[in-house]
Design a protein around this ligand. Structure first.
Ligand code: NAD
Ligand code: TDX
Length: 364
């Protein structure tokens, strides 16, 4: 995004008064809402979430109700989005407690269809939410001249060979592999275009694989932990040699806030925590932490077109914005995550059997 309509300049380091968090009932969005509630009680949070299979309203339980407004709705619904951003006070809203909130001054955009395997079965919701939904939000942000932060993924860069000495940087070429990552790449390009063409005050972050509480049981780490807890053997795609660069979701949340408040407008920042591990190593760590034998799992079909390796060079956000990950002890983070799933069976159990049945039909 370096060729801006106006040259890139530091965004003011003012804390937003009221953020619209799209997808805030999902894994990272909910962790981010909790993070903001803990660290910035002065910022009001409006969550807009369609509550798809991946979102749960109760993920936001515990946030002080005065700091949170929850709106159940679709980011593709332009009229609904406009109604949330419209600053004209109506007689009805003037009398309601909600009108005590300052107007929304920033959008933090998490909402997406996020799972690669689902995108291989049916790409259509990915195009709708990730591409059209992002377009709807960009247009709304443009009309109201709002700060816009777009949450994206390192998968837009494709993959690296296992022995490649390089990592992804902000200058890596786009080369997405799956319908999911192609739709995220498309959304990144839309954000860049809205910045360059219309001067939208936008930033993008591309982060590596997150782990932590509230992650859906379809994803690798929660699937293996909950399989063991439910008496199902863990499932490893292929030989498990693919490498992911793991980051604790808390560190991703602090990076997003840092960019939102201090990031240079028009810039992209890669976010990662030097957490490269092969899938088989992660699975063996989970088995060991849960007292199982290291071979107590099944090999299943690999993902068609599956990416081999992701690795993030986070030098830019570290040197330019002074952000550093804090939760870099992966083994300790995995232990805390195992504990969370152990103590939150009511949270994940309702989704477990349907998820496993879907995987069984895919040969996973
Ligand atoms: P998730 O699937 O857990 O949550 C997505 C949330 O978006 C859900 O609450 C869902 O209900 C909501 N949603 C989906 N479609 C919607 C729509 N049309 N309107 C409103 N809400 C809708 O996803 P996640 O893992 O929390 O990922 C959040 C964002 O972070 C995504 O943009 C993803 O691409 C990005 N990301 C994820 C990772 C990761 O490791 N999970 C890594 C890098 C980037
Ligand atoms: O049961 C499994 N066994 C297995 O070996 C599952 C579900 C996955 N895998 C493998 C496939 C991948 O190599 O584990 C790796 C991680 O898989 P996912 O958890 O599906 O994550 P990934 O495809 O890497 O994408 C994730 O990180 C980037 C998120 O889901 C994306 O939203 C994010 O953009």
């Amino acid at each position: 995004m370096s060729h801006a309509a106006s040259s890139p300049s530091p965004s003011s380091a003012t804390v937003p008064q009221h953020i619209l968090v799209t997808g805030g009932a999902g894994f990272i969005g909910a962790n981010f809402a909790h993070w903001v509630a803990r660290n910035h009680p002065e910022t009001h949070i409006t969550v807009l979430d369609a509550l798809t299979y991946a979102g749960k309203r109760e993920n936001l339980d515990g946030i002080f109700p005065d700091q949170l407004t929850f709106v159940h709705g679709d980011i593709c619904d332009a009229a609904l989005v406009e109604s949330l951003l419209d600053r004209t006070p109506s007689p009805a809203s003037a009398a309601s407690p909600a009108s005590a909130q300052p107007p929304i001054d920033a959008i933090v955009h998490f909402a997406a269809e996020s799972h690669n395997d689902n995108s291989i079965l049916d790409a259509s919701p990915f195009l709708k939410t990730n591409v059209t939904g992002t377009y709807v939000l960009l247009e709304a942000a443009r009309r109201h001249d709002l700060r816009f932060h777009h949450i994206s993924t390192d998968e837009v860069y494709g993959d690296l060979a296992l022995d490649d000495p390089h990592k992804f940087t902000e200058r890596s070429p786009y080369n997405p592999s799956s319908p999911y990552s192609a739709s995220k790449a498309a959304s990144d390009h839309l954000v860049r275009a809205w910045h360059r063409t219309y001067g939208l005050r936008a930033t993008i972050s591309n982060c590596s694989n997150n782990y932590g509480p509230y992650q859906h049981v379809e994803k690798f780490i929660p699937r293996q932990i909950t399989n063991i807890l439910a008496g199902i053997r863990p499932k490893l795609y292929g030989q498990g040699l693919a490498v992911r660069d793991w980051i604790n979701v808390e560190d991703h949340c602090s990076a997003i806030w840092t960019i939102l408040v201090r990031g240079r407008i028009g810039e992209t920042y890669l976010v990662g925590a030097n957490g490269e591990h092969s899938n088989i190593d992660v699975l063996r760590m989970i088995l060991e932490h849960m007292g199982r034998s290291p071979d107590d799992f099944d090999h299943v079909n690999d993902r068609p077109g599956g990416d081999v390796r992701y690795a993030i060079d986070a030098t830019k956000i570290e040197t330019e914005l002074g952000w550093h990950p804090r939760f870099t002890d992966f083994s300790a983070g995995l232990d805390r995550t195992i504990d969370w799933y152990r103590t939150h069976q009511d949270w994940w159990m309702p989704d477990k059997m349907a998820t496993e049945e879907k995987y069984r039909r895919q040969g996973h």
